[in-house]
Write a protein that binds this ligand. Structure first.
Ligand code: R5P
Length: 286
C-alpha cells in the first residue's frame, strides 16, 4: 500500500486536517503567503515522491483559484505516484452555460485551467453536474455530502425537508430519506443575482420543524424567500442547511431575521460550519 499525504490550501484548513485524519494520511507542511504586491507564493515543504498526493483547495474566491493552480504546479515538480485534486467548493459552476451571447462558459474555463495537473478531480455537491463532463484529460467525479447534512439534521431534530427549488429536489429527497422525514419543494424564480421570487405553494408544514436544504447560500435571497413562505404556512421553526456557505453581502445578518438556525459544511469555513464533508470525500478516495 502506498503512503498518502494531504496538502491543504489556505481555503479549507480544517477540512484538509479532517480528511487527512479520515484517511490516516499525513498532513503536509506548506508555506502559503503573499508578496507585498499581492501576488501569491506557495511552497510544499514535505517531499511527495512516491506518494499518493491529495490536494484540497477551492476555486473560490478568485485568489484561491490562483493558489490552487500554484499548488498544482508545485506538486507537478515531485515524482508523486498519484495526484487527486479535491475542490470542496467549485466556484463558477453556476455559469455552466451561456445565458446570453458573448458570455463565457465560466465552469469550462476553470476546468480547462485545472485539468492538466491531476490524475483525478473530486468536487463536493457541485452546483451543476454538467461541469464534471468538461474534464477531458483527467478523471472527475462529484461527491455528495447528503449523508453528512442528514446526520447533522438528525442530531438537531427536524420533521420536514424542503428544497427551495425543483432543481435541488434530488438532494433534498436523499437527505429526507436519510433523516427519515418527508420532503417537498418550493417553486423559485430567479430574476437576477440579487432578486428571487418564490411562488406560493401549499405544503403541510404546520407546526413542523422544517429544514431547507440547498447546495449554496450566497446572498441568502433564496433561503429568505423560502423561509418566509414556510413560516406563512405555519412552520414552527426553519433551519437553513447548505454545503457551501458563501454568505455574500452580510447575508448572515439578514438570514438571522427569518431563520431559527443556519448551518453549513466545512467546504468554506465560516461561523455556521457545524459539520464536515471529510467522511464523504474519504469514502471516495479510500
Ligand atoms: C441556485 O440554484 C443555488 O442552488 C442556490 O439556491 C443559490 O445559489 C443561492 O443563492 P442566493 O443565496 O444568492 O439566493
Amino acid at each position: 500500500m502506498s503512503i498518502m499525504i494531504v496538502i491543504g490550501g489556505s481555503s479549507s484548513p480544517k477540512l484538509s486536517a479532517s480528511l487527512a485524519n479520515e484517511l490516516g494520511a499525513t498532513l503536509a507542511k506548506t508555506d502559503i503567503k503573499r508578496f507585498p504586491d499581492g501576488e501569491g507564493y506557495v511552497r510544499v515543504l514535505d517531499p511527495l515522491d512516491g506518494q499518493d498526493v491529495v490536494l484540497v483547495s477551492n476555486t473560490y474566491p478568485d485568489e484561491k483559484m490562483i493558489e490552487t493552480l500554484l499548488l498544482c504546479d508545485a506538486i507537478e515538480e515531485f515524482e508523486y505516484k498519484r495526484f487527486t485534486l479535491v475542490i470542496p467548493y467549485f466556484g463558477y459552476s453556476r455559469q455552466d452555460k451561456q445565458f446570453n451571447p458573448g458570455e463565457p462558459i465560466s465552469a469550462r474555463a476553470m476546468v480547462r485551467a485545472l485539468e492538466v495537473y491531476p490524475d483525478m478531480v473530486l468536487t463536493v455537491d457541485i452546483h451543476a453536474d454538467s461541469t464534471i463532463e468538461w474534464f477531458e484529460t483527467c478523471d472527475a467525479k462529484n461527491v455528495s455530502g447528503h449523508l453528512e447534512i442528514a446526520n447533522k439534521l438528525k442530531e438537531i431534530g427536524v420533521d420536514f425537508i424542503v428544497s427551495p427549488d425543483e432543481g435541488r429536489i434530488r438532494t433534498a429527497e436523499k437527505v429526507s430519506k436519510d433523516v427519515g422525514v418527508p420532503c417537498d419543494y418550493l417553486v423559485k424564480d430567479r430574476i437576477d443575482g440579487n432578486i428571487v421570487r418564490m411562488e406560493p405553494k401549499s405544503i403541510d408544514v404546520s407546526g413542523k420543524r422544517v429544514a431547507i436544504v440547498d447546495d449554496i447560500i450566497s446572498t441568502g435571497g433564496t433561503i429568505i424567500k423560502a423561509s418566509n413562505e414556510l413560516k406563512k404556512l405555519g412552520a414552527a421553526s426553519v433551519i437553513a442547511a447548505c454545503t457551501h456557505g458563501l454568505f455574500a453581502n452580510n447575508a448572515l445578518d439578514r438570514l438571522g431575521m427569518c431563520c431559527d438556525n443556519v448551518i453549513s459544511s466545512d467546504t468554506i469555513e465560516n461561523q455556521t460550519t457545524v459539520f464536515s464533508v471529510a467522511p464523504a470525500i474519504a469514502r471516495e478516495i479510500a
